[in-house]
Design a protein around this ligand. Sequence first.
Ligand code: LLP
Length: 416
Amino acid sequence: MDYFHYSENLLHCEEVPLSKIAQEVGTPFYCYSEKTLQHHIRVFKDAFAPISNLICYSVKANSNLAVLSTLFKEGAGFDIVSAGELERVKRVGCPGERIVYSGVGKGRDEIKAALEYGILMFNVESRSELLRLNSIAGSMAKKAPIAIRVNPDVDPQTHPYISTGMRTNKFGIPFDKALDLYTEAAAMEHIEVLGLDCHIGSQLTSLTPFVDALKRVLHLEKKLSALGIKLKYMDLGGGLGIPYEEEQIPPHPEHYAGVLMAELVDLDLTLILEPGRVIAGNAGVLVTGVEYIKQGEEKQFIITDAGMSDLMRPALYGAYHGLQPVVRRFGREESVCDVVGPICESGDYFARDRTLPEFQEGELMAVRSAGAYGFVMSSNYNSRPRAAEVMVRGDKFAVVRRRETIAQLLENESIF
Ligand code: LLP
């Protein structure tokens, strides 16, 4: 459910026509709906309300301060993966006890900063990281609170680049080694064992892999308990998919919550979840202008002013994003075309061989479902300044990140 809709043939975000924003801000820009973000986080939180839980929105999905602040006000905590993300959640006022820290490559300074701030726990991904945490916490006369991220070796049936819970992936501790590492961790002077963590992948459209993984980690939890290692938190990561295409509808958060809670019901554990895409994905669009229509040898190309440097999901994963005209006109012919950006790579496309209503030069196009892993993965490739970000609240909007300037692109460089 989102708040992007046509009204009087103009695509609106809540009550603001996207064409009005384009006039004031220029293109391309990302536009986020505050009400959609609020709705998504509420639905997700309500679904898990029957059990003790902490919802830690995964900052990497969309880390704009306005987005984080909206979610924080709704009671979300955060899942971070860097000192940069820590700084962002600090800026919106999030206390340490609502922060978990994931990632395979936490640097020394990053660990120090998180220990200083007093985060809830580190999701540890290797024995080396555990040793490093113990030693840094010791030097600060602290104890590092941890969960061990276990790799349950379950196939999430998603794109290989975003599948993380299989034995061939770099993530987590191999399932068979987890017990030994927990025993070692429990004996360390500056480590406090608090939980168990597992994240198997992203954009999952079936619940079976989640349940399989949960069953495996609960089995491990029982063994730990028998050894006297009592956990407080069970962190099941993120991963619930969203509908990018109408014909592919992933499970609703309530359904997802239902199957997870059924497994957890008799346990005295607080459930932590790290949803990213399901909160932000359909709360944002990328609005781009059509620069040129070009008739190629074999097909037509719609050339837009946004490209893979703005939204790289199609180029990187062959991902599908819905494309809509911002101004709806009836009686348009349809044709099969490629929608491509200005970047000098053939992989720079938003759609290939897609049947779309005919577009004209100068028109606006909305790229749907771009609120997660959109702006955050953008780059300055081809020396293109990154797009502006806008947030809408009812009939008002604000620029929540100014468009970069060419001067900013060059600011850190010098000629030797
Ligand atoms: N927790 C951990 C440890 C993660 O690695 C991730 C995502 C999440 C939570 C949030 O997962 P979500 O609920 O958003 O599925 N760039 C890719 C997605 C990469 C996901 C990385 N990790 C894409 O555009 O599809």
